[in-house]
Design a binder for this molecule. Sequence first.
Ligand SMILES: *Cc1c(COP(=O)(O)O)cnc(C)c1O
Length: 357
Amino acid sequence: MINFTVGPVQSSEVVLDIGAEQVPYFRTAEFSEIMLENERLMKEFANAGENSRVVFITGSGSASMEASVINFFDKRDKLIVVNGGSFGQRFVKLCELYGLEYSEIKLDAGKALTREQLFQYDGQGYTGFLVNMHETSTGVLYDMELISEFCQKNQIFLVVDAISSFLADPIDMSGLKIDVLITGSQKALACPPGVSVIVLREKALRRLEDYPTRCMYLDLKDALKNGERGQTPFTPAVGVLRQIHARLKQIESEGGAASENRKIAGLARDFREKIQGMPFEIVSESMSNAVTSLHPTTCSAYKIFLTLKDEYGIWVCPNGGALADEIFRVGHIGFLTTEDNDVLIKAFKDLQERGII
Ligand SMILES: *Cc1c(COP(=O)(O)O)cnc(C)c1O
């Protein structure tokens, strides 16, 4: 099997080997040391700055999206949510559920956010901004410089779901004044699912003090207090956190986040060159390195997904709902090589010869 989905993705040997080991007890100095190093490396790779902190939540990326909404906002706030697909919609759902006042910038599938659309909300007393840096469902990477400029001008607290962008696209939390950044274990971190990560800059740490605790399991104040000694309030996904540690150390030894960015960008570029001339249209106006979203012009996207899976042992990523027949996605994150791209291209050519696409 070759896995080109956008998560869970393929892991390196080192990460796989840890997955085969017994899971150790964790209220120990040894595990604390691993967690403190995980925090240090996450801060470094996000360029979050010395005074930032990191919380590791046992729960997939959505748990950290929910944690960010309930720990930083309440009835005093007025939020902007960028909704360009199913992950933007998730932030909308959270705002609804928790009764927050919000405005939604709804974008058509594949469309980027423009300055005109954004600056309609200028000077109107908004206090919070929720955005998925890369709307993974359609493959759109938003202009973070633009969003950062807008939030700084309006003194808006900026929460960025970078779950599929972290390590795939350059992210500079300090430069962009991102207050909260979220990622997850099963995307470019290339570990099994089960852990998500929240990086908090100073303003976020201060803001937390102003907001009451509304959820026991996702209480960031509690998580931060325990994190000071490298621990978590509850039993975490110990095995996955050990795998994350190995992966972060591996990235560090290979040149850090920038080098990982280049590797993923290289794979994406290689794939995008090789599909030229094939009956696919690229969906997104502005692409992340993490994924290429394709609209097949001659066949159902879902049929391509099924045929590749069942007859070639290759997994691309299907889309759900209304886009199921329109779009499929090819991921460039995880333990993949350009030779793997060649295998996929060969399968596409075979599908063409068989008259399927
Ligand atoms: C994968 C992803 C998530 C999180 O999904 P989970 O299934 O909860 O891990 C959230 N936002 C984006 C942009 C994603 O790509």
